[in-house]
Design a protein around this ligand. Structure first.
Ligand code: GDP
Length: 304
């Protein structure tokens, strides 16, 4: 929590301080409620979530008979946490399967538009899994961005995972296929596939990412499709999320660059729009800057 707090400092000033200032000021008239609403909107919570939170907060303040600033903070904390689905399953499913008596690796596809932090997230996630004692293989299927495979190879050396890469410009699906095949043959626990993130048109994406998934599924079950979104892009990131979720069944979101934005509130909107939980957050460029998303701790970091 301490680390999150430090990293989220910009989000805090935008949301937490504003709200607590307003709530702590004593009796709330309609103008104050409007200001609370504005604060939530400015922090990128989106219109529907904002309305819901304000209604719930009004209700909670009155049913709890809130008098003090500390009580108001607790009520606010609870309402915001509830809005983030504290009960959702946020584990990354990356355990191997047994199919017909043979071990089969878990397959995790990492999707997202280039520049969002896809490759970095793939590397960081590999590091987490390797640290848990799992054998991991990385698939460099982002064959369009010239440096992506090199970058992933650097990660593979850093974390101790094998990497499978194709020639530059190779078909992403063929590299994905080769990676998973290699993972099955080598008996690894998990294959993480860094996919190509070109989003020219929905059809193009459908062809590329849809094909990657179909081809991989010929060999092993796809356990996770993690969509990487850059928190600093706000509404734009949300629009990307919509397109991806129409093309593949996204199972979880990784929200990157939360360390560099005042727009932490995008978490609320992303979950609501996609109907899938944010599972991981990126809090920096370093190898250990990937953290599980914990609603209550996140809200604490926003408010304290
Ligand atoms: P890709 O094109 O989606 O694979 O993006 P990259 O993984 O190459 O990342 C793009 C840039 O964002 C790189 O400079 C990364 O170091 C940086 N980056 C990735 N995740 C984070 C994060 O959580 N926080 C910050 N501050 N930078 C990040």
């Amino acid at each position: 929590i301490e680390r999150l707090r430090g990293r989220l400092s910009k989000s805090r000033s935008a949301l937490g301080q504003g709200l607590l200032g307003l709530l702590g000021a004593g009796d709330l008239d309609e103008d104050s409620w409007e200001e609370i609403e504005d604060t939530l909107l400015v922090a990128d919570l989106g219109a529907s979530t904002t309305t819901e939170i304000v209604e719930k907060l009004r209700e909670e303040l009155s049913t709890r008979g809130v008098r003090t600033a500390a009580e108001a903070r607790t009520a606010l904390h609870d309402v915001l946490t509830q809005a983030l689905w504290p009960e959702a399953d946020r584990s990354v499913h990356a355990l191997p399967h047994t199919v017909d008596g043979a071990k089969q690796p878990a397959v995790v596809l990492i999707a997202g538009v280039n520049g969002t932090g896809k490759t970095t997230t793939t590397g960081k996630l590999a590091r987490v899994l390797v640290a848990q004692g799992r054998q991991v293989l990385l698939g460099a299927a982002d064959t369009f961005r010239a440096a992506a495979a090199d970058q992933l190879e650097t990660w593979s050396q850093r974390v101790g995972a094998e990497v499978v890469r194709g020639k530059e410009g190779a078909d992403p699906a063929s590299v994905a296929f080769d990676s998973v095949k290699r993972g099955v043959d080598a008996g690894v626990d998990a294959v993480l596939v860094d996919t190509a993130g070109r989003l020219h048109t929905k059809t193009g994406l459908m062809d590329e990412l849809g094909k990657v998934k179909r081809v991989v599924e010929k060999q092993a079950k796809v356990d996770e499709v993690l969509l990487v979104l850059d928190a600093t892009t706000g509404q734009n990131g949300l629009a990307q999320a919509r397109v991806f979720s129409e093309v593949v069944d996204v199972t979880g979101v990784v929200l990157t660059k939360l360390d560099g934005t005042a727009k932490g509130g995008i978490v609320f909107q992303v979950q609501r729009e996609l109907g899938v939980p944010v599972k991981l957050v990126g809090l920096g460029e370093g190898p250990d800057d990937l953290a599980p998303f914990e609603p209550s701790a996140f809200v604490d970091a926003l408010l304290d």
